[in-house]
Design a protein around this ligand. Structure first.
Ligand SMILES: [Zn+2]
Length: 298
């Protein structure tokens, strides 16, 4: 085993008629589960979103650029945010980490507990303003919502297959995904072949749990009978890039009046990794002082 938590494969099908992304995210989803003490339903939601954002990060080109998926829904499961960087760092948090449905059998139907809502994809590259695309949720099961996002907001025919398998005690047995994009020059017969294969592919997390690698799943099921190749493999990990400096910058943005309400000191916690960054009353006074000095120089 190499020293990483997951991996992303990028490849092409039938020459370059289709783009292929495949991700293994089991340990990343497990880390998110453990960090946030996620119950089964939020684990499934987050696992699918983590696999989705991992696949979509394959399109990032500029160093340190990021892609986020955010689900905001009216139902009690509410949604989650996941972020991936070009370097393969993924972080996530769920809005209702301990949500538990009354009927145990419905604890696997993510969409039912999200209800109406939206899925946003935010791309951020360097100092450029972030670019956001948003669609209404189709069924809230995430794979179909992401496929609809590509279809509606990017006019790209895209197949998305996501799988997360968890135990009754919410241990993550397997998680991953496959994303295939049809390019304008693609042969419609090959597209049909891929879609038939996909329809006949068992749940990919079940296959992973049986010990099949991503390459096995592509070979034996999804791309059976087709020519394809992997061009690049990138490691993925759960990693938060927060820091005391970043929190201090955030506090400065609140302005003097707001900071003056915090003179007893505060202890903000990062939503993504649970690290805390205590600021004493003295620290807050210093922040106010630096704001005042900044005002004087303007
Ligand atoms: Zn953090």
């Amino acid at each position: 085993m190499k020293d990483h938590n997951g991996r992303l494969l990028r490849g092409s099908i039938a020459g370059d008629q289709f783009r292929l992304f495949a991700a293994e995210t089991t340990n990343i989803v497990q880390t998110a589960r453990d960090l946030h003490d996620l119950y089964p339903l939020p684990s499934l939601l987050m696992g699918r979103m983590i696999s989705g954002v991992a696949l979509m990060s394959g399109e990032l080109k500029a160093p340190r650029s990021q892609i986020s998926i955010r689900v905001d829904a009216e139902g009690p499961l509410k949604g989650a945010i996941v972020i991936a960087s070009k370097e393969g760092d993924i972080k996530a948090f769920a809005f209702e980490p301990q949500f538990w449905a009354e009927q145990p059998e419905s604890n696997f139907r993510v969409g039912e507990h999200l209800g109406k809502g939206s899925l946003s994809v935010i791309r951020q590259s360097g100092l450029k303003a972030p670019y956001t695309g948003r669609i209404e949720l189709i069924d809230g099961e995430i794979a179909s919502d992401l496929a609809a996002f590509y279809d509606k907001s990017e006019q790209t025919a895209t197949a998305v297959n996501l799988g997360v398998l968890i135990d009754a005690d919410a241990r993550v047995r397997a998680a991953g995904g496959i994303l295939i994009q049809q390019l304008p020059n693609a042969d419609p017969e090959i597209a049909e072949h891929i879609s038939i294969n996909l329809a006949q592919t068992p749940n990919i997390s079940d296959l992973m749990d049986m010990g099949l690698s991503l390459e096995d799943i592509l070979n034996k099921f999804v791309l059976k009978g087709l020519q394809w190749k992997i061009n690049k493999e990138t490691p993925l990990r759960y990693h938060c890039d927060c820091s005391r400096e970043r929190f201090a910058r955030g506090l400065l943005l609140l302005g003097k009046a707001e900071l003056e309400t915090m003179l007893e000191g505060i202890d903000p916690v990062c939503h993504y990794c649970n690290n805390s960054y205590p600021f004493s009353g003295e620290d807050i006074r210093n922040l106010i002082k630096s704001l005042e000095e900044h005002d004087k120089t303007l």
